[in-house]
Design a protein around this ligand. Sequence first.
Ligand SMILES: *[C@@H]1O[C@H](CO)[C@@H](O)[C@H](O)[C@H]1NC(C)=O
Ligand SMILES: *[C@@H]1O[C@H](CO)[C@@H](O)[C@H](O)[C@H]1NC(C)=O
Ligand SMILES: *[C@@H]1O[C@H](CO)[C@@H](O)[C@H](O)[C@H]1NC(C)=O
Length: 412
Amino acid sequence: MGIISGGTAWRWSYRRQNRAMRISLRNIGAATLVVTTLCLVVILNRDNSSYDLSTGISQRQLPSVLKADMIHSPDDDAQNPAPTEVPPQPYCERNHSMVNVSDFDTLPHHIQDFLFYRHCRHFPMLLDAPDKCGGPEASSDVFLLLVIKSSPPNYDRREVLRKTWAQERQHHGKWIRRVFISGVSDTGFEQQRLNKVLRLESREYGDVIQWDFADTFFNLTLKQMLFLEWMEHRCPSVRFLLNGDDDIFANTDNMVDYLSGLPDGNDGSKHLYVGHLIRWVGPIREKWSKYYVPVQVQESNSYPPYCGGGGFLLSGSTGRIIYKMSHSITLLPIDDVYMGMCLEKAGLEPVSHFGVRTAGLPVPSSKVDSYHPCYYREILLVHRFLPYQIYLMWNRINEPNLKCDGSQVSNL
Ligand SMILES: *[C@@H]1O[C@H](CO)[C@@H](O)[C@H](O)[C@H]1NC(C)=O
Ligand SMILES: *[C@@H]1O[C@H](CO)[C@@H](O)[C@H](O)[C@H]1NC(C)=O
Ligand SMILES: *[C@@H]1O[C@H](CO)[C@@H](O)[C@H](O)[C@H]1NC(C)=O
């Protein structure tokens, strides 16, 4: 039996790797943006809604000049001065007392960094998608909102998703909408260029939400919580969410069908949290591991049950509950585990769904093409596809004369 896309460990490593690689010097880079912004105070404040674009909900600390240019004019790059190095952004100070945590000096740099900024939960918004759900009242018309974690450089993935499984459309009369959530990558000119790419995409498709924090592996929980905060204001009545990475293959038609016929008649107002269920695990204590979580970050040796973060489905109701619970739970860098903690605190359970294959898809024999569309027609989600594979598979499973005689799908 072959396994498509490898096992869980492989998934983990790939999933986080891309994001983890672009961490260096981000503070300087983020600060550069602030300075740039300060130089461009002439631009009108276009934020005319009650939800404050520049600060998320909590209109804190930001000087009003910053607010004015948080959505940049389309062609402002031409006027941008060269990046200048300044101290980190003023809106959330690092907690220097963390140096007094036991053996702080011996912790890897990214973990020290996590501890310094662990308390920071609000970052200015750089790009918004205010009408994504047609306004808070109309948001119940959105049946499935696809919430895709994407780092700024992953332009190719976003483009392919827009024309395949994440296409905004109606399926059997139910609306599917899409939003990419992003932080800021890299520093200096490269950071400016990547931000510009997202601005162009946002202008063309209106499907990007970006906040001014470093888009790193250990900031994924932050990204997730910022999204839930956004949802509370922009799409409070959305029925269901697919929360996933930008390298998954999701059969969104199947998802809508599955969510339309839930046994308990759930229309999004009851609890739902399904995916690849992971239980009886705890923090990895090996220092060499990318997933290393030392006792200084989490003392307990066990994690609550959770669904693997490659992709999972949840109801709008459960999303709102998780967000509420998160206010009183210290951030943990592993985003999917943190969601499990929020569920546990609310007394809710994550559930396994056979169609969510974040750890790969078993294929009966090596003689069969492991990418045969018949394997993918019936599933909900598989992790780790390259852009061309997503493009190909989406087109193949939607071919009207695709014939699956059953032999290929015997193992599903
Ligand atoms: C800063 O860190 C210290 C030591 O860990 C902690 O006691 C304190 O609550 C932290 N402050 C904030 C604002 O999180
Ligand atoms: C660390 O602890 C020492 C001793 O309690 C204290 O004097 C010092 O101010 C602390 N440092 C920080 C940055 O909180
Ligand atoms: C998270 O983002 C903030 C804001 O950019 C940054 O200061 C912090 O270092 C990041 N944390 C990690 C662990 O990358």
